[in-house]
Write a protein that binds this ligand. Sequence first.
Ligand code: ZN
Length: 452
Amino acid sequence: MKLTFYGGTGSVTGANYLVETDSLKFAVDCGMMQGSPTAESFNRDPFLYDPSTLQYLLVTHAHIDHIGRIPKLVKDGFNGKIISTPETKEIAGFLLEDSLRIIDADSRKKGVLPMWERKDMEKAMSLWQTLEYHTEFSLNNDISIYMKDSGHILGSAMIEVKSSKGKIVFTGDLGNSPSLLLNDTEEITDADYIVMESVYGDRNHEPKDVRKEKLKQAILDTIKNKKVLIIPAFSLERSQMILYEMNDFFENGIIPQIPVFMDSPLASKITKVYEESKNLKQSVLDEMKAGDDVFKFPKLKFTVKADESERIDNTPNPKIIIAGSGMSTGGRIIHHEKDNVANKDATILLVGYQSVGTLGRKLQDGLKEVQIYGENIKVKARVDTITGYSSHKDSDHLTAFVEKAAEQEKLKKVFVVMGEPKSSLFLVQRLRDELNVSAVNPEYKQEVEVEI
Ligand SMILES: [Zn+2]
């Protein structure tokens, strides 16, 4: 079996791997590259293989850096089957729709043709079939797949590809278990090869009890000083985690109730998928079954329409606004930041990873002045960061994951991908030194032979 790395190398984003045998050709993930200077050309350039020759596209999870180029793959000739868990398919539909809006606006601004169009997305959805966790599916007579819960976001899967000769596992992204909402990352114990992520390959997260306390203190400070608390949050997973924490604070009387606005139509739609999924962790399903909608509490308002969003201004402090995008690169959060970055009665609370170059990163780095919609604004708001809400395993837990996988001494090689070079290389070295595992950091377009 030949494996070629067509993305997710030297970068967290852009995941795309091609697998070829004599009788089968498929890809795993087809993501957009985000945040790097080469992203634009990477995303727009033709694929380096012929999409029309693929029989399948397997999708680990619905983040845009794993699904964002699927409609382009279809536009360029893919006509096979797309396979993911049901939750991944449903959430991907919402995220691609959102992505289409951004692509359209961007291409109009630049006067270029869009990377893909609505009809490509619609065709992609029509080719998409779902596979539940723990169900075997044959790609052909020799090779089958099996999905395990990676615990990263709702519906996220590790995809095992196996033949009579062996097994390769594509981890997708690996969750920061134990998670608030999701089942723990399942163990991999009998793989010959692993293609694994390394976003936090070189560092560890702050402890989980610290994050909830920090969030509580930020809200208490907001109430005491009659402030506005602005939380830029990814619409998928992070928004639901924050709602879940607040549900506990407000419904169990830990904090007095104040108005909270979830100002993101996308987060509203995705939250519904969470409410209806059977793949949340058991304790959360039990809470829901007992009658508590864990994502809703009395003073929470989902503001869907634009005029509702504008009216948030009329609500007096103290109040909380949660909006996307998580790195303040677009979406409604920008308006709230523009209105409040110079407001000393505002706190901007960063709860997610902030890429270099984004407005979120500039605020996090403590810049005294930022540019929003072409206007230079002095930063007077307080800016705080909580790192503990990450949905990715940290360095210690990535290492423990491989340690378990290497127990049976079957593991031949770990391909460390989906990280900045510094993180990936650190993890490669750690796996070699601490576990004596053969680990490598493949390069873009590198081909490897795997014996399965
Ligand atoms: Zn992800």
